[in-house]
Structures are given as structure tokens and as C-alpha cells.
Design a protein around this ligand. Sequence first.
Ligand code: ASP
Length: 350
Amino acid sequence: MKKLSRRDFFKKGLITGAGIAILSKFNFLQGKEIDRKKGGPVVIASRNGLKATQKAMELLKKGVDPLDAVIAGVNLVENDPNDLGVGYGGLPNEEGIVELDASVMHGPTHNAGGVASLRNIKNPSKVAKLVMERTDHVLLVGEGALRFAKAHGFKEENLLTDRAREIWLRWKETLSDRDDWFPPKEVEKELEEVFHHGTINCLAIDSKGNIAGVTTTSGLPFKIPGRVGDSPIIGAGLYVDNDVGAAGSTGRGEANLLNCGSFTVVEFMRKGYSPEEACLKTLERIAYTTKKQPYLLDRKGRPKFSLTFYALNKKGEFGAASMWSGAKFAVHDGTKNRLIECAYLFKREK
Ligand code: ASP
């Protein structure tokens, strides 16, 4: 990796007085294998996306359009009953109903599609692509999105697996001692940690330099029915500019929505920042604006939530950064498929 020293920052004239103080907080992945590559094909994804990057790369190598490649990749995760944050098997809303959000964006046509609060359809990313291709709209929600999917032949299915239902039921039973629900006696035994985030974002650039991306999720576990996160919102959970690059996110959607995160990452790349730097700069902005929402801060004034951005640029360089240390992302660079550590803004204390 080409390290960007402080001097480089000054030379490029990219850093302001405020930025200097911030720079020392950034945790670049200096010395790690990352970020330099001449052109595509490259596919990156969130940590749960290793099989998606594998599949998408196989398709890119056959000349498949990068959007079809990443959608085929994330479909594997949408179909996986064991992924509690995406598609079939995702954790439901507070009423026990699975509601899915997804978006796709295609660089060569600068077009996009999304669905939100979609029930009973396993592959919202496929429906999002149809919204892009077969309507004059960008986003369909709820009942309208379901009717649209059925008009295109999608079959309704129950997306709530027994495992997700049991986790939801336990959440409901332990939520309050002022209602009539009781957990089973042996409740402590195998309660899973459910307040984790889960979503898959997958971005690709092909050998011609065409770029596309997809983000798909079951959203926040136990959300209020109808809640829409960042994933289906173009500019928040996903953004692609075929001249510059692409970005996507996983983590606390509300924080991302309030800062147009993926759009911001792409705009930082347009200014000359590397993908990793652009993700860090965006997280820095989010950490700053979150100071106006004290209930989301720890005692040192740092956001308590997790949020990760993934990005690649027109040269095939890639990177990812997370609010907190410890995150990883999936990369297939055409030869090797692997997980790499994300850069981070704040180091998690043990
Ligand atoms: N970003 C998703 C949402 O807010 C959730 C996640 O990534 O965990 O809906």
C-alpha cells in the first residue's frame, strides 16, 4: 500500500486546520495489504460477503455486467437461513414480521432502484433491479413494492425461520416486566446476542472500468413496522458514480441517513482521497454531527454505534473503514478472495 504521510496531505493541500487534529485520530491500515490495484476486476463486500465476492468475481470474469454479478453474489446471502441480517432468516420487526430493504445502482447508466419494507419476498435485490429497469421510479415501498414483485412473478414465502422467530420471541418476553409475557425458566441458557447489525453491501468494478453496487438487509432487528433504514436509500446505503467509484454501508442506518454517507464517500474520492481515507473522512463527519445527539455517545463523546463504509474507485483501489476497531471486509481482487481488516476511527477498549 502506498502510505499517505502527513506531508503528502499538506502537499496535496487537502487538509485544513481542523483536519490536522482529526488526522491523528485516523487509524489507517498502514503497511497492510490493501488499496493498490490497476483497474478491475475487483469485488468487495461486508464481512458476511465472502461467498458473494467469490460468485460475483466468477461472473465478472465471464463478462457478466457488474450489477448482475453483485446481485447474484448477494442472492446467496439473501437465501441463507443462517444469516440473521439479510433476506430469508433475517430478524423480524417488533411484530415478528420480516421486512426487507434493498437497493442497486448501475454506474454505466447512472440508474438505481430500491425497495423498502418489502414482506414475503426472499430476494429484494432482484426486485430493486426491476424497479430500476422496468419503472420510471427509483424506490417502491411496502404494499406497492410487494404488488410490483408479484406482478413480475415473485412468489410470496414465509421468511421467518424458527431460529429468527425464537430470538424475536425471547426479545419480546424479556422486553419489560410490565406486560404479561414470561420467558422460559432456562432463558439465560442460549439467548443469542441479537442487537448486532447485519446487512450485505457488495461493490464491483469490471475489467472495462464499469462499476455497480447492491445493498440488501432485513434492517434493524425488532424495528417499528415500516421503519426504513439506509440500505435502500440511494446516497446513504449505496452510491455509484461510474467516473469516480462506489460506496456502501452497514451499521446504524439512522446515523448514515442523517449524513448521506455513501454519497459523501464518493464525493471525497472525487476530491482525490483514497477509498479508505474517504470512508474515514465520512465517519469523522458522522462522529461530529452525532455530538448533537448525546444519547448516542459514550462518556468520552464518541458514537456508541457501529457503522462501516466500503468503497472502491475507478482505478480498482479499494478500502473500508469502521467507526470502531475490529471490523473486517471481504475482497476478491481477481486472484484471491479474503477478509481484510477495516481501518477505524476509534479503538475499542477491552
Ligand atoms: N444498515 C442497516 C439498517 O439500518 C442495518 C445494518 O447494517 O445492520 O437498516
